[in-house]
Design a protein around this ligand. Structure first.
Ligand SMILES: [Zn+2]
Length: 316
């Protein structure tokens, strides 16, 4: 099994999904369709919210730019509605403030409202005080709009690193109950070298916050993501499905993530290096079909319901 418990990262215990006890799986589940539940998430932001490129517009310019998030997010909701799946929507606070009806529409369709911060800043570029202010502001906006409590947080670009040791404590202080920001492998923005790939509960100073790391699969001993953003666009669907099945067989849920701009093949492009251009825009035309197939081939639970139902139990 790829998941090991040797990492000392935050002094946690892994959580074991009930569904993942292979001996308890039905023959249908063992064949790789309708396996144990996964989580599908959208980071709700606009086409210009690309991180760490010099051409990215400053915060003060955002309101002047033509927005595509409304059209693209509504289209995503339509695609998801066809599959009768409930998902988690990590709204950028700025988007929720400008387009509150998007939050209400997602909520009306039974999806979970969660937070992607307010200004889409990289965590490691903020002080702990700035981070607390940004995460708290986004939470308050989302709660005011949705009239419900927001439990979940995801950082921009999965930018929690070893250099932000205050991250989980500040999230707890802001009132969050779970996070999905740790990218357990090398990455352009952030990433944490760890072998702790399954969801876990933090102890000591974080008072029970649950972390759902971005899902990676082991390939030749290295963690590789196939399940969101540029990774999901890059790999053929059969590879994504096979690797998702491998993760589920290892007893972990797969956390999928997409952005509204990724189903919009004609959205404006920012100028950037060839390598970044490839990562940001490769295979946009394949995304809608892949999302439809994922929603049909796997079963899903929201992060919030997984936490509320203690769906991923602590190991004995
Ligand atoms: Zn983002």
């Amino acid at each position: 099994m790829f998941v090991r418990r040797t990492e000392k990262y935050v002094g946690t215990r892994e959580l074991t999904p009930r569904f993942a006890q292979r001996n308890h799986m039905t023959p249908q589940q063992k064949e790789g369709t309708n396996n144990g539940r996964c989580i599908f998430s959208i980071d709700v932001e606009d086409w210009f919210h690309i991180l760490d490129v010099p051409s990215a517009p400053a915060f003060s310019e955002w309101t002047e730019l033509p927005s595509r998030v409304e059209k693209n997010f509504c289209r995503l909701l339509e695609i998801i509605r066809a599959s009768d799946v409930r998902i988690t929507c990590f709204f950028l606070g700025w988007v929720a403030e400008r387009f509150p009806h998007l939050v209400r529409e997602a909520q009306a369709q039974g999806h979970e409202i969660a937070s992607h911060g307010y200004r889409h800043e990289l965590v490691y570029r903020m002080t702990s005080a700035q981070f607390l202010e940004d995460a708290s502001k986004a939470k308050k906006i989302l709660e005011d709009v949705s009239c419900s409590t927001v439990w979940g947080y995801r950082s921009s670009g999965f930018s929690v690193t070893r250099d932000t040791p205050w991250f989980f404590e500040k999230l707890m202080e802001a009132g969050y109950r779970y996070d999905s920001s740790v990218f357990p492998g090398p990455r352009g923005h952030g990433g944490i070298k760890t072998t702790q790939f399954a969801p876990y509960r933090l102890r000591d100073g974080s008072n029970g916050l649950i972390e759902f790391p971005i899902t990676v699969a082991g390939v030749l001993g290295r963690p590789v993501c196939f399940f969101g953003g540029g990774y999901l666009r890059l790999f053929p669907y059969w590879v994504v499905k096979r690797m998702a099945g491998k993760v589920i067989d290892e007893g972990r849920p797969v956390v999928f993530y997409v952005h509204p701009r990724e189903i919009d093949t004609s959205h404006p492009r920012l100028s950037m290096s060839l390598a970044r251009r490839f990562k940001s825009y490769v295979n946009l035309s394949t995304m809608e079909g892949k999302i439809r197939r994922l929603l049909s081939d796997f079963s899903f639970i929201t992060f919030q319901n997984a936490v509320a139902e203690n769906y991923f139990c602590l190991k004995d």
